[in-house]
Design a protein. Structure first.
Lengths: 500, 500
């Protein structure tokens, strides 16, 4: 057996345990009775330890070295490259730091769940102290192994191929661009008058049927996936068995629908990964920014676009209010579009619209850099948060930790370096939509009549089927003709929100 | 760390992977989209291999040897005893036989699913040939390691502490006793006239609510368990997270209800295992016959008993037909009792009543002995099956493989030696009920008013909380004053079905 083959076998084995872990995590959020949390935590910890052990198997670098001398095609070469990169990162972090991070994340997340509700910053702070201390060590260790700064190394856990030197100019540009846009959009909205309120009291059963029908329209493969309910919607499960969740509120069906469309974007990427290499690192999505580009393509570029809403509105009315008249303004595409594109600065990132979302990300990105560099301490976070929110969105968070610096699960669960991927994904999605429009100038007409074949084929050919064959910037360049660039995103916002 | 402590840590680790495996199996049957079968099979195979590897770790016998010299309490002593027994059995079977059995079982079960429907014995037979060949090797290897005959060794996989020398007299007794009983019961039924038919068209939603309410009445802990739907009902999941399934037919709600009561018996055993030793072999149920005694205690002794039905009937009516009059004969306890205790010889084991069920088991038990001994070949099975069915129940299965020798999944999935546990469990359940009656002479009055506390406390104290502290016969003797004995079962049948 060739050393390359040994690598494939070994990583197929790892993928099998990751399958188990992914399904258990989904079950934990969507199915598990609450009293079973302790036995489940023990089971998933054993799985994690085992996966880490397999991932740092000392035979891997030997096989990699030998495989490089073997006859390999371009996918196999890329697979070896990804394996080597992953091994280097995994091996860079000492076992006791892995364990300390895992414990701190578990404790931090638990503390966050109970203390956020009580707005209890004082008792929460020590958990963040520990997290940032360990994240600094993690960044240092990863950076030493990869020649990156600690914060760049942390970013690379979630998205390889992009660093602060690439992100800084993009975010600086947006910081200058967005405030005027937001102000202009809000004024425009105010001039247009009040929104028609969204119909309320829509049963969960009807909403679920609408969600399923929309997933079907988008091409979700129910033969290899499901839709369920969880407190925090996500796309999880395993390659070949994608588990997507949403939550329902009878008084705001659009939140659930848009959530389903968003998660379906993640799911389509997962379901259309290169099947011949399933279980191998090269088949995996090209990082979390690229993953987010797919969910935001579906939610923002497609799902909140006037064309798809024009197609969807009558179907929504028929499904949710079959007795309503086609002229009922509450169900018109104009109303649904207005609600879907409403802009309003707010405190909470996850509720933010397309125009104000980047401000939430930039705030966290700038703070993370300082926290990892050591130029800001955890004790400074609340004041710094308030100052940034004032500067970026004109809102105060003084004393409001719950809706301020305690709103996200990322930091307490040791996800430092993750936040930038959201906005990088939004920018990439706009860039892809622009490229698609160049390739198919009538794409909006196609979408307006519910014909998504060109759109989905473009994404399948250019993104989903590519796995990790190319690095992020090469993938973007192959797909759109250029590396990640903020201009299409800015044009998109101006076109959609200001009619420019 | 003491060697005993090392054993506990090691088996806690094994239990964690078994937790993962149990939840994945439940998911497979109750949740998984059908197209994910291939990736799931790969994942569960990796888990099985890993569990087998941990279970045959060569350090175990050393730790066992050292632990025996350490200061241990009676639970720890029993834990070491169970660990040693399990290790001896696991180590007795060569790795290539484990793999061959696993492959044959997987292929056999798949063949069974497709060929049973088509009544296709000819193409199915080679799979059974392979299974029985490997089962003989398995029995031989296990027998060599434990000083048992090959078939006794196979039985011990499912129930330790009982062998053919104990089972033969019991089954011989039943073979002589049952035909006359069945004939008398059928005549008695015929004299009593036609059954009132069961109400049909009961929605699944209502049936599910009734099932959940009944589980609640029986003391199922929903904080550590769930009820879902699968094609074949089962009680699975993991210790501390029990997953129970049923199936619904709008035209026969009693089947689902009685299935739920049966599976709840298994679940109560699992949920009430000794918590301090969860994850250790000593906390496990004392074999499959004892497990079946709990499901049959709930279904047969309690659930189909006149007293519990008297309590349940008005609740069933209120839940399923709230508009029905209390005098509506279709919902009376007399009707529900008559249907629940209807006796009728039939071809299918899983549909058999309490009086004819042992015949199905005895037939299989006698054939398994000959098949393992080599005095019968797989080709002889259909004729032998027909002859036995004629002799035991007066029914012909000539040419009907589907409802004859191809009806069960046990043989194609390599479960040779399992069948006797069903009837041993039924006998044990009757013996426990008789002991409970001696301990609480008014127990039937308590049950009739829906007060199950004495019943459940007795089972908890005498069976569930005992785990594997004692062997099967010691457990039975402690609980009922004697080893397994068929007399209480016979008395129970005569009392319930013949009014004697």
């Amino acid at each position: 057996m060739s050393s390359y083959q040994k690598l494939e076998d070994h990583f197929r084995e790892i993928a099998n345990f990751e399958h188990a872990s992914g399904i258990l995590d989904w079950d934990n959020a969507a199915m598990m009775p609450s009293g079973s949390a302790d036995v489940r935590a023990a089971a998933t910890a054993s799985l994690s330890v085992h996966i880490h052990k397999l991932s740092t198997d000392s035979r891997i670098p030997d096989w990699v070295g030998e495989a490089k001398g073997e006859q390999l095609d371009e996918w196999q070469v890329a697979n070896v490259r990804e394996i080597e990169r992953g091994f280097t990162m995994n091996a860079a972090i000492p076992a006791d730091l892995v364990e300390a991070l895992s414990t701190a994340a578990s404790n931090g997340e638990q503390a966050w769940r109970s203390m956020r509700e009580k707005n209890n910053w004082q008792d929460f702070k020590p958990y963040l102290d520990e997290i940032f201390k360990l994240s600094r060590e993690q960044g240092q260790a990863l950076g030493d192994a990869s020649g990156k700064s600690p914060y760049d190394a942390l970013i690379s856990i979630y998205q390889q191929g992009i660093e602060t030197k690439d992100i800084d100019p993009i975010f600086t540009d947006l910081k200058a661009f967005l405030p005027d846009v937001v102000q202009a959009v809000v004024e425009r909205q105010n001039m247009a008058g009040n929104l028609v309120t969204i119909p309320r009291g829509i049963s969960i059963e009807k909403q679920r049927a609408l969600g399923l029908a929309t997933m079907e329209t988008l091409g979700f493969d129910f033969n290899r996936g499901r839709l369920d309910v969880s407190h925090h919607p996500f796309c999880g499960g395993a390659a070949g068995d994608v588990r997507l969740t949403t939550r329902y509120d009878e008084d705001s069906f659009l939140d659930s629908l848009q959530g389903v469309i968003h998660e379906t974007g993640h799911a389509l990427y997962e379901q259309n990964r290169p099947q011949a290499y399933l279980g191998q690192p090269v088949s995996e999505a090209m990082g979390m920014a690229m993953h987010e580009s797919q969910s935001l393509f579906m939610e923002m570029q497609l799902g909140r676009g006037a064309e798809f809403i024009a197609y969807l509105a009558p179907l929504i009315r028929q499904q949710l209010a079959p007795a309503a008249s086609p002229d009922d303004k509450r169900w018109s595409s104009e109303t649904l579009y207005a609600i879907s594109t409403h802009v309003e600065p707010g405190l909470i990132r996850v509720h933010a619209d397309e125009c104000t979302y980047p401000a939430h990300v930039i705030l966290r990105y700038e703070m993370e850099q300082q926290l990892i560099a050591g130029s800001m301490s955890v004790a400074d976070i609340p004041d710094a948060w308030d100052a940034s929110m004032q500067a970026l969105l004109g809102l105060s968070t003084t004393g409001d930790y719950k809706d301020g610096c305690m709103q996200d699960v990322h930091w307490p669960s040791a996800g430092v370096g993750y936040f930038p991927t959201y906005t990088l994904g939004a920018i990439a999605a706009a860039q892809m939509k622009a490229a698609l429009l160049r390739a198919a100038p009538d794409i909006d007409t196609q979408i307006a009549r519910g014909d998504l074949s060109t759109t989905m084929n473009w994404l399948r050919d250019n993104i989903w089927s590519q796995g990790s064959l190319y690095g992020m910037q090469e993938l973007m360049t192959n797909a759109t003709g250029k590396a990640l660039d903020v201009s299409d995103f800015k044009s998109h916002l101006k076109a959609r929100y200001l009619g420019e």
